[in-house]
Design a protein around this ligand. Structure first.
Ligand SMILES: NC(=O)c1ccc[n+]([C@@H]2O[C@H](COP(=O)([O-])OP(=O)(O)OC[C@H]3O[C@@H](n4cnc5c(N)ncnc54)[C@H](O)[C@@H]3O)[C@@H](O)[C@H]2O)c1
Ligand SMILES: CC(C)[C@H](C(=O)O)[C@@H](O)C(=O)O
Ligand SMILES: [Mg+2]
Length: 356
């Protein structure tokens, strides 16, 4: 039976990069025995313009019912003054929460051809293969209370609450420990247990789960600020980095530059087995380059590959797509962020040509 992939292109460069992933799916359907039907819906600013809301209830329901969701990016200056709960980004948080995709896998891999594209020296990044496991449906992004209070006399107070429960910590740590089996076995958990109670609970629960059920995992703990420094100093010391929602957001953007560009980093957000996954590049809508065909579509295409692997049951085609991206880079095809002058479409063409 056909599988269903819901595309949510979103805003800015979102539609530009998602269009290239759509062409990859079409090529796999036509030439490689994939049987995926694509649907599309408005999301983010585009949905606000059409309906007043960043995501319609029907779209959330569809995302929960299909096999996988591939989104582009949301947000931009046009919607920056919307009330907070009506912003494009609020729609994304609502979608992640509704899909219960609590573990966000963000692989920061340096493709061989890009070892000189990073702002760090070649020996620091060549062969780099870090996997972030970022908690995605809890923490300070969702904690209550939140808001901006008027204290009178021109004084205001902005409030967000960092909160984690044992269950939230253990279920994402389990994902990291399970993934460690197929890798080097090393997991570094990053938090701020020195100043935050939620960070101390995080550290204790991660250690407890390791001791109870994963004795073979080589677990270490690192304060998140030191982790940021160590990522730049000697990134190859890391294999899996397990961390919370906010630190994972920040550390993975920093790690993107180790691979050459933010336009290279894909992600997979997964939850309980059998539930649909949400696949998205880690970059945003890039308003500074949107509409000019300059965006790098690799992060989107590689996110699609993760979807093929984790939700669509076609790890063989995921390997094929990743190999085609790697080959295109080997052959010197580069978008502007990687120092070249290929357009988004030309980069997509280069991947399609190498799919076989
Ligand atoms: N998942 C998402 O939907 C998501 C993620 C991050 C940011 N955002 C939103 O995007 C908007 C812009 O945020 P920002 O500018 O801080 O971050 P951004 O990731 O959009 O862009 C940061 C920089 O990286 C460049 N860049 C990003 N993706 C690229 C690509 N594929 N190819 C080439 N260059 C690329 C941009 O041109 C920009 O210079 C904001 O509204 C933000 O909330 C959305
Ligand atoms: C747009 C925003 C909600 C999002 C996040 O902070 O999670 C983005 O930065 C990301 O990395 O996916
Ligand atoms: Mg981010």
């Amino acid at each position: 039976m056909s599988k269903v992939l819901l595309l949510l292109p979103g805003d800015g460069i979102g539609p530009e990069v998602t269009a290239e992933s759509r062409r990859v799916v079409e090529a796999l359907n036509a030439r490689h025995g994939l049987d995926v039907v694509m649907e599309e819906a408005l999301f983010g600013g585009a949905a606000i313009d059409a309906t007043g809301d960043p995501i319609e209830e029907a779209t959330v329901a569809r995302a929960q019912a299909v096999d996988a969701v591939l989104m582009g990016a949301v947000g931009g200056p046009k919607w920056a003054n919307q009330p907070f709960d009506k912003r494009p980004e609020a729609g994304l948080l609502e979608l992640r929460s509704a899909m219960q995709v609590f573990a966000n896998l963000r692989p920061a891999m340096c493709f061989p051809a890009l070892a000189d594209a990073s702002t760090l020296k070649r020996e620091h990044v060549e062969g780099l293969n870090i996997l972030f496991v970022r908690e995605l449906t809890g923490g300070v992004y969702f904690g209550e209370p939140r808001g901006i209070e008027d204290l009178g006399g021109g004084e205001r107070r902005g409030v967000n609450t960092q909160v984690y429960t044992t269950t939230e910590i253990r279920r994402v740590a389990r994902v990291a420990f399970d993934l460690a089996k197929g890798r080097t076995g090393k997991v570094c958990s990053a938090e701020k247990s020195n100043v935050m109670e939620s960070g101390l609970l995080w550290k204790q629960e991660v250690q407890k789960l390791r001791d109870e059920e994963y004795p073979h995992v080589d677990l270490s703990h690192m304060l998140a600020d030191n982790t940021a420094m160590q990522l730049v100093k000697w990134p190859k010391q890391f294999d899996i980095i397990l961390t919370d929602n906010l630190f994972g957001d920040i550390l993975s953007d920093a790690a993107a530059m180790l691979t050459g560009s933010l336009g290279m980093l894909p992600s997979a957000a997964i939850g309980e087995a059998g539930k649909p996954g949400l696949y998205e590049p880690i970059h945003g809508s890039a308003p500074d380059i949107a509409g000019h065909g300059l965006a790098n579509p690799c992060a989107s295409i590689l996110s699609l590959a993760m979807g093929l692997r984790y939700s669509l049951g076609r790890a063989d085609l995921a390997d094929k797509v990743e190999a085609a991206v790697s080959k295109a880079l080997d052959d010197g095809v580069r978008t502007r962020d990687l120092g070249g002058n290929a357009t988004t479409r030309e980069m997509g063409d280069a991947v399609l040509e190498r799919l076989g």
